[in-house]
Design a protein around this ligand. Structure first.
Ligand code: DQA
Length: 137
């Protein structure tokens, strides 16, 4: 089984960025834990701060992989293009968020990703990614 985690803007700063919201761990460290935990899964990781690169990656993997775990970060709330890409591909996408976006500012209550997603997992900290991977198994 081939699953890719795709992270959007500013998630490369996990560990340093607003640790009271996003925690103290870097995504690199967390990804190593996931690889250890899911040894039977071919896990890949991609991060970009650039909207178009995220769309291109979704198109690249979206007819080939078994699952996509997507945290589009701030683009979740703004990007028609990413929402369209999620709808355009065949591979199921699980949308994840580290924080509970519904407990935060109103502009975070909108998602352009959710309408095309298989499901949404949010608010469990980094564990949201673990739960998303499990949903594909
Ligand atoms: C986030 C929530 C978004 O609102 C925010 O812009 C992010 C991270 C999360 O994982 O909680 O960058 O997607």
């Amino acid at each position: 089984m081939k699953i890719i985690i795709i992270n959007g803007p500013n998630l490369n700063l996990l560990g340093k960025r607003e640790p009271e919201v996003y925690g103290h761990k870097t995504f690199g460290d967390y990804f190593s834990e996931l690889q250890f935990r899911f040894k039977d899964v071919e896990l890949e990781y991609f991060q970009s701060n650039i909207e178009g690169e995220l769309i291109t990656k979704l198109q690249e993997v979206g007819f080939e992989y078994d699952g996509i775990v997507l945290n589009a970060a701030a683009y979740t709330h703004t990007s028609v293009g990413l929402g369209d890409a999620v709808k355009a591909i065949n591979t199921p996408v699980v949308e994840v968020h580290i924080s509970n976006t519904f407990g935060r500012e109103d502009y975070r209550h909108v998602s352009y990703i959710s309408p095309g997603a298989k499901g949404v997992i949010l608010g469990f900290g980094l564990q949201s990614y673990d739960l998303a991977i499990r949903s594909f198994l």
